[in-house]
Design a protein around this ligand. Structure first.
Ligand code: PNS
Length: 161
């Protein structure tokens, strides 16, 4: 039986920290679904379809494994998607205690809702300070985001200026 995991997130935009976690997770499961989910608590910068496209391009450009599928989900619970595709595990990157506090309630609710477990992975510490919200802010104010995001994302954001 193949082990399918889902890495969910806003990915607005995907960062090098996300990509690091995706690459590590891809080595642990037979299939990995990177799932772009609208987070109503956040003001979006990029349309969902653009986020999916940038992740797909980054996965190829960075030579990540071929067992990665990128898609989006906008209707219903995250665990509904997991059930639909036969995934039993969610993967989240943990940069700090702040992430643990943010992710723990969601992990418990997702387990209670559908028996879907959450696996926390530690990213490369070099990316510990990187977040999509920081990238959005630096980009909006004209700064260079190239150190924090895949090259395709840096080029895309540069082109929007
Ligand atoms: O990258 P983010 O914004 O921290 O990702 C948060 C996300 C999208 C994973 C989270 O908001 C989520 O799981 N949304 C799906 C809605 C859902 O299923 N909620 C109930 C269980 S937590």
């Amino acid at each position: 039986m193949s082990r399918i995991a889902v890495v969910p997130g806003s990915f607005d935009p995907i960062t090098l920290g996300h990509l690091d976690v995706i690459g590590r997770a891809a080595g642990l499961f037979d299939e990995l679904h990177v799932l772009v989910v609208h987070n109503p608590d956040k003001t979006a910068l990029l349309p969902i379809a653009q986020r999916v496209s940038l992740i797909e391009q980054a996965v190829v450009a960075e030579g990540l494994p071929g067992n990665i599928t990128v898609t989006s989900w906008s209707v219903g619970l995250l665990v509904d998607y997991c059930t639909d595709v036969g995934a039993s595990v969610l993967v989240k990157g943990i940069r700090s205690q702040v992430d643990v506090a943010y992710e723990t309630p969601m992990a418990i609710v997702n387990r209670n809702l559908a028996g879907v477990e959450t696996v926390f992975l530690l990213p490369n510490p070099a990316h510990a300070h990187v977040s999509s919200s920081l990238v959005r802010q630096v980009s909006a104010l004209g700064g260079d985001v190239a150190p924090y995001v895949p090259a395709v994302v840096a080029e895309y954001l540069q082109g929007r200026k």
